[in-house]
Design a protein around this ligand. Structure first.
Ligand SMILES: *Cc1c(COP(=O)(O)O)cnc(C)c1O
Length: 391
């Protein structure tokens, strides 16, 4: 795989060697069940889980007892939405979310609508922002939950979380955030920001796949567990814990928050170089999302390349690994709902690609990738290979 350049770091990331080293002993040496606290094997597993819980809480200024480990952000989103809906008072049946949310939020909201919840999906403008005045109008004392992601997974736009939280709280509604893309890339002060529930995932920050967490502000957010059969995770998420995964998540979280502002600046520098080489050598490139500093993720760029079909580009530069859209949607040949919500037409959407760097991406890789994309786009535009059916 060494000749490949991996630029799909919003879909998943490589596990950091230090994370892997931390995990390995928990497969073959310290393999106790953390619920078996009557013997040293169980106790040492429990100790490791509690350490990871503390590390993750620490990165967010959150209470460790509010960190509930799950199988990932998809499950955390389901637990937040379904779990709080189950306990919603009968006079609060209204949920507010946003058109650009991850499918694990939008599809779950669709389910809630079938369970006689009143679901309101807010539109976004061309850069992916909701209208806060409109939010203020739709959130009422009938609203039990507002769910808005911190950063978008396809375009990187950051929502004004503080303001959204204020509006939710003023009406007594819970505030859930999908923080999967933002966590480890921008500082998040869980306690100071008024978020009640937040979903995160290990594999987006150089941790293992299949582990995530729902962070719960215990004094506010009331949720019911989705399954029964064990008292793990304070009763909110029964089932034997994925100890190696959790240990890896804790390590990945700590590493991602070592010098975060400096690391984020480095990511932005790589991403900006990629954008600069491409935009200064090609015409007809439109970058998507909010591009103002501080309003988007540092490591991601989404660009629409006029007269270049995303599949044609992928075939022309097969050594560059990137995405035509979100990973969870690429198996369907449907235009990205996020880009549709921005107002792009399907034609423009199929000309849009997402590139995301990580702390493992080298400057050489950025330069090669940018130059190869420029060359490929020129070639495709010259020969008219924009439609993959013709190539
Ligand atoms: C990746 C991602 C998820 C899903 O996380 P998993 O841990 O893979 O289930 C949810 N929301 C966003 C914004 C994501 O980027």
């Amino acid at each position: 795989m060494s000749q490949h350049i991996y630029l799909d770091n919003c879909a998943t990331t490589a596990v950091d060697e230090r994370v892997l080293d931390a995990m390995l002993p928990f497969f073959t040496e310290h393999y106790g069940n953390p619920a078996s606290t009557n013997h040293p094997f169980g106790l040492s597993a429990k100790e490791a889980v509690d350490l990871a819980r503390g590390e993750i809480a620490n990165t967010l200024h959150a209470d460790p007892a509010g960190v509930l480990f799950t199988s990932g952000a998809t499950e955390a989103n389901n637990l937040a939405l379904r779990g709080s809906a189950q306990l919603a008072p009968t006079n609060r049946r209204h949920v507010v979310t946003v058109a650009t949310e991850h499918p694990s939020v939008l599809e779950t909201c669709k389910d809630l609508a079938h369970q006689r919840f009143d679901v309101e999906i807010l539109p976004v403008d061309g850069s992916g922002h909701i209208d806060l005045h409109r939010l203020q109008e739709v959130v009422t004392d009938k609203t039990f939950l507002v769910s808005a992601m911190i950063a978008n997974h396809e375009i990187g736009t950051l929502h004004p979380i503080q303001e959204i939280g204020k509006i939710a709280r003023a009406k007594g509604a819970f505030f859930h955030c999908d923080g999967s893309q933002a966590y480890g890339k921008v500082p998040i002060d869980f306690t100071g920001t008024g978020i009640d529930l937040m979903s995160i995932s290990a594999h987006k920050i150089h941790g293992p796949k299949g582990v995530g967490a729902l962070i719960q502000r215990r004094e506010n957010a009331r949720i019911a567990p989705l399954s029964q059969g064990g008292g793990q995770e304070f009763g909110f998420r029964p089932g034997t814990l994925n100890v190696p995964g959790i240990v890896g998540f804790g390590k990945a979280a700590a590493l991602a928050h070592e010098d975060l502002p400096k690391e984020a600046a480095k990511l932005a520098e790589s991403r900006d170089l990629l954008e600069k080489v491409i935009s200064s050598n090609l015409g007809d490139v439109v970058f998507q999302g909010d591009r103002a500093p501080g309003k988007r993720l540092p490591h991601l760029t989404s660009m629409t390349l006029n007269r270049v079909h995303q599949e044609g580009l992928m075939k022309t530069v097969p050594h560059l690994i990137f995405s035509a859209g979100a990973a969870c949607e690429t198996h369907e040949q449907k235009p990205s709902p996020v880009l549709l919500a921005l107002g792009l037409n399907p034609h423009q959407i199929f000309q849009t690609v997402r590139l995301a760097v990580s702390r493992m991406t080298t400057r050489d890789e950025i330069e090669i990738a940018a130059e190869d994309i420029v060359r490929a786009v020129k070639k495709i535009r010259h020969w008219g290979l924009d439609d993959p059916a013709e190539s």
